[in-house]
Design a protein around this ligand. Structure first.
Ligand SMILES: *Cc1c(COP(=O)(O)O)cnc(C)c1O
Length: 385
């Protein structure tokens, strides 16, 4: 019997296998069928985005962004160093130079105030990554991008159903503010289908070409709609669309998005309340949510005072069968990139690489499991000092 608390267990709503059977029964399980269209319709509603295309991953959606923006050899793309490799890889594949920006002192997200310093004539795009589903300051980034006539892309992989509040009180769903946005449905995300993603297209001029890139560079999507009488090779592209099997699974999750988010938020709040004594005595730093950002409870993390303390904390939790993990290692210092980096120190990114720890947060956790994690961490800190 497993009495441990695992870091992640993918949640199933119960309808996934029904919809998979339904998809099989239709006799068409390649992409862009009934379930793909249903998922896209729900996502367009949730994100308030005019056009959504399902993709096989968020990585693929980011690669589509790079093709749509016509990123070329030597173009510069600005993004945080504290992010997943795919944020950068998608643009590296087109020959771009990545210019990494440090994280904020109060949050692992990119320091918006450092972005303008690194803009040059070659800058083509800024990629905002909403770490932990917590919005970047999109008002600042949108205005920088507009002032310099460059693209703004949102890597909203972790940010489904999260929002940004503008200073005039309006609210925008994350992924709908940049010209393009991307979501992930990897099994570690709030809504999942094993591997999956979506491209959010907020600039209508991109729609037609996005459909072509999505379908291996052909106009097959327009052909299915009866807009052309035969389909052929019209542009570059790849196989970015998922099969109906993935879409059928995903549909069961999207139908339950409200209940899933509600339970995740309860867990998040239980952690936050349980750790108050540690936050108040500054033994460990709490996750920060600026007042312009919503919380979609993608992640609960703590920031330790040192790498050594984090190592000890993770080991302590492991000894009581609780699985906690660290997260990104600064991309500017990675084996692949370190010789390409321009040498600017990015100390906050390095701090989060060394000191941030993520706690279990998934729908298989009961109140008593969360309480056990809280008790174990509080015990670790009371023993220490
Ligand atoms: C998960 C994640 C990705 C990659 O998503 P996939 O669907 O696994 O390709 C990209 N960026 C960020 C910030 C992520 O968290």
């Amino acid at each position: 019997m497993d009495n441990g608390v695992r870091f992640n267990i993918p949640h199933c709503t119960g309808k996934e296998t029904d919809y998979l059977q339904e998809a099989v029964a239709t006799g068409k399980i390649s992409g862009n069928g009934m379930f793909t269209k249903k998922c896209q319709a729900i996502l367009e509603k949730i994100t308030k985005t005019p056009k959504v295309l399902l993709t096989t991953s968020c990585t693929d959606a980011l690669e589509m962004c790079a093709i749509l923006m016509e990123i070329q050899e030597g173009d510069e793309v600005i993004m945080p160093s504290f992010t997943f490799v795919s944020t950068a890889n998608a643009f590296i594949l087109r020959g771009a130079n990545i210019v990494f920006v440090d994280s904020r002192a109060d949050h692992p997200g990119m320091d918006e105030d450092k972005v303008e310093d690194v803009i040059t004539e070659k800058t083509k795009a800024i990629v905002a990554v909403h770490y932990a589903g917590v919005a970047c300051n999109m008002e600042k980034l949108r205005s920088i991008a507009d002032r310099h006539s460059i693209f703004l892309v949102e890597d909203a992989a972790q940010a489904i159903e999260s929002e940004f509040k503008w200073s005039d009180g309006r609210e925008s769903v994350l992924g709908s503010i940049g010209e393009l946005g991307t979501l992930s449905f990897h099994e570690t995300k709030n809504i999942q289908c094993g591997e999956g993603g979506a491209l959010l297209i907020n600039k209508p001029e991109f729609e037609k070409r996005a459909e072509i890139i999505w379908e291996k560079g052909t106009n097959r999507t327009a052909f299915w709609r009866g807009e052309v009488d035969k389909y052929g090779w019209v542009d570059i592209g790849s196989s970015f669309l998922p099969s109906e099997l993935n879409a059928a699974f995903l549909y069961a999750q999207l139908e339950n998005v409200v209940a899933i988010q509600k339970r995740r938020l309860e867990i998040w709040e239980q952690y936050y309340t349980g750790f108050q004594p540690l936050f108040e005595t500054k033994k460990v730093r709490a996750p920060f949510i600026p007042n312009y950002a919503a919380n979609n409870a993608h992640m609960f993390y703590l920031v330790c005072v040192s790498e050594e303390e984090r190592t000890n904390l993770i080991a302590h939790l492991k000894s009581v069968d609780i699985h906690a993990v660290f997260h990104y290692q600064s991309l500017h210092a990675s084996p692949y990139f370190k010789n390409k980096h321009d040498g600017r120190p990015l100390p906050w990114s390095d701090t989060y690489s060394k000191c941030l720890v993520r706690l279990p947060l998934h729908l298989h956790l009961g109140t008593e499991d969360v309480a056990r994690v809280i008790t174990s961490i509080r015990a670790f800190y009371s023993k220490k000092r």
